[in-house]
Ligand binder design. Structure first.
Ligand SMILES: Cc1cc2nc3c(=O)[nH]c(=O)nc-3n(C[C@H](O)[C@H](O)[C@H](O)COP(=O)(O)OP(=O)(O)OC[C@H]3O[C@@H](n4cnc5c(N)ncnc54)[C@H](O)[C@@H]3O)c2cc1C
Length: 320
């Protein structure tokens, strides 16, 4: 009857979102008076999940599962949920989790709610708060099916260390056949991914050209941030498409989002509404971004950003 969690890893290391879903599942388990069982595939440090509230880790070690395959991974989770008798399964908001969750929902005859942002307000009936209409509203939805799947938004719950220990068990599920074979995986970049980043520094067309991205990268480096951009910037080839944020790009749920030379079109804002603190730097005080931002600087990026970098470097040096 434990709560089941899918914990994603890359090259054997858990992603931050994996630790967050375990933290979340522990809160749900406490409300329901049960425990947390995590499913990990080819992870090297499965024990670490105990620190975030997992009592048990079902570890699948299989070289053929090195590349993510939604049908096979959904099959593994279905097997695990049935073995454990789990009535609640928690996954993250990553592209892979969003791919496998509906397949899993079919396998378990479960209801699935994505973009969940808080622990259930009630576990009987099981009611979750989730964002809706590209993060412009929240809804409380009851999942009435016997088995429930919760898709947790990244950075919405945070990491909670409980100092516990997890028993790690080898798990050999029946791996289902898949119509898809992954031949190779090409990563666009090795930098901090936008989806996992705590801080994102993002540039728009106001930066005039790709040759001016040095200061964006420098600001990101000082802050330990990921870099992002608006759609026209990636369309123009100034930055890679993997950095494109918004309705047609990636969603960002960082703690801090700094938008530089970005007007704040509705399609851009749709991707960053879940970020906690938004800062805009723009020459035009009428730019729509100022209405969405928590802090705004009306000014020329080419003057403001170098000063910001200088101040941050001085602050870091003084506090080193
Ligand atoms: C169906 C559809 C989907 C879309 N999806 C997305 C999406 O996912 N993501 C996205 O970003 N867009 C998307 N768009 C495009 C969107 O509508 C805007 O055109 C786009 O976001 C504008 O990008 P921008 O803010 O970089 O450029 P601009 O709108 O050109 O804004 C540049 C800003 O920089 C400011 N500026 C100029 N010089 C400086 C300076 N020296 N210092 C500081 N500020 C300066 C200007 O005042 C201006 O506000 C979509 C559009 C459509 C129709």
């Amino acid at each position: 009857m434990s709560i089941l969690v899918y914990t994603e890893s890359e090259n054997g290391k858990f992603k931050k979102a994996a630790l967050e879903v375990v933290s979340y599942a522990k809160a749900v388990a406490d409300q329901m008076g049960t425990s947390v069982t995590a499913v990990a595939v080819n992870a090297d440090d499965a024990e670490v999940l105990g620190n975030y509230g997992a009592s048990k880790v079902l570890l699948v070690k299989d070289e053929s599962l090195k590349a993510f395959n939604a049908q096979k991974y959904a099959g593994i989770l279905e097997d695990a949920a049935k073995n454990e008798g789990s009535k609640v399964v928690v996954v993250s908001a990553s592209a892979n989790s969003k791919y496998l969750a509906p397949l899993l929902a079919v396998g378990l005859d479960a209801g699935y709610v994505s973009n969940v942002v808080a622990a259930p307000s009630n576990v009987s009936p099981f009611t979750v708060k989730h964002s809706a209409f590209t993060n412009k509203a929240f809804a409380n939805t009851e999942i009435a099916t016997d088995v429930k799947i919760v898709g947790l938004s990244n950075n919405s719950f945070g990491l909670v260390e409980s100092g516990g220990n997890a028993s790690v068990e080898d798990f050999s599920p029946s791996i289902s056949e898949s119509g898809v074979t992954v031949e190779s995986v090409d990563k666009a970049t090795d930098k901090v991914s936008i989806a996992d980043a705590e801080i994102v520094v993002s540039g728009g067309r106001g930066l005039k050209g790709p040759e001016n991205w040095g200061m964006i990268e420098e600001l990101a480096e000082v802050l330990g941030a990921a870099t992002a951009c608006s759609k026209p910037v990636s369309d123009l080839g100034w930055r890679p498409h993997s950095e494109h944020v918004g309705q047609t790009g990636k969603p960002v749920a960082s703690n801090l989002y700094i938008a530089i030379g970005i007007s704040g079109a509705i399609q851009h804002l749709a991707g960053i509404n879940s970020s906690k603190v938004k800062v805009v730097i723009n020459t035009d005080p009428e730019a729509p971004f100022f209405k969405a931002a928590d802090y705004g600087v009306v000014g020329d990026a080419f003057e403001v950003v170098p000063k910001l970098i200088e101040k941050l470097k001085a602050f870091k040096a003084a506090n080193a």
